[in-house]
Design a protein around this ligand. Sequence first.
Ligand SMILES: Nc1ncnc2c1ncn2[C@@H]1O[C@H](COP(=O)(O)OP(=O)(O)O)[C@@H](O)[C@H]1O
Ligand SMILES: [Mg+2]
Length: 268
Amino acid sequence: MSRLAILGLAARVRRQEILRGVDLEVGSGEVHALMGPNGSGKSTLAHVLAGRPGYEVTAGSVTVDGVDLLELPTWRRAQAGLLLTHQYPVEVPGVRLVDLLEAALAARELPAGALDRLGERVAAEAERLGMPAELLARGVNVEFSGGEQKRAETLQLAVLAPAFAVLDEIDSGLDVDALRTVGARIGALVAETGLGVLAITHYARLLSVLRPDRVHVLLAGRVVRSGGPELADEVERIGYERLAAELGVELAVPPPPPERDPFADPGF
Ligand SMILES: Nc1ncnc2c1ncn2[C@@H]1O[C@H](COP(=O)(O)OP(=O)(O)O)[C@@H](O)[C@H]1O
Ligand SMILES: [Mg+2]
């Protein structure tokens, strides 16, 4: 049983404070949903957790079983058991999924035989996810459709079997059948491997397949409300604007201070 603990996390991008004190705890085998409108900081949180350059943590902590992730480079965070599936996966020409997975697994201290029959396992996983085998011969995500990219992200999750996964809009780009397949696969990983999930999404749609234990609403860089699965339905029904008004909180992050123009009249 592991715990991913995010405490008082604040972060800025360029000069703008985007996360303004996020508290979240996810345990093994738990599914937490993080919902919020466009621009509320959901992807920023995902990037900060993964250690993407350019995102500056100004307060708070992120730990897995007491190990401080913020002190570690991205690859060590992955070794510590954290995986991020991207909202916008990038193309990696010349590197097939099996190559990527082989390198990622080889970098971990795994028992002997962990890489055995990797090609077969990847092919079986692709079939389970309804991903055409032809895609496995291409570079990762190269000319994949939106839905194929999200299946490829799910395939990596299934093969790498991390302790915790942050899913940044794994549902976007998926049609209703693909959503069911991907949601069910992730649900099976939770049940079978004890995967802990932080599922970032706009919509309750994903959550009808991947049932969350807890739902959190992020508005303007803060978790303003947490509850059970019914909170997702409430959000869907009333919308973020009304929720913000009812809670008396801001809907959006305030704009950054104006950039100082070095050529402007200094005023003296
Ligand atoms: N790398 C970046 N450079 C500039 N602004 C950014 C960057 N990343 C995020 N932001 C800004 O931070 C805010 C939150 O963005 P994001 O976290 O992507 O929101 P969400 O995923 O909730 O839609 C937005 O105003 C966005 O423009
Ligand atoms: Mg986003």
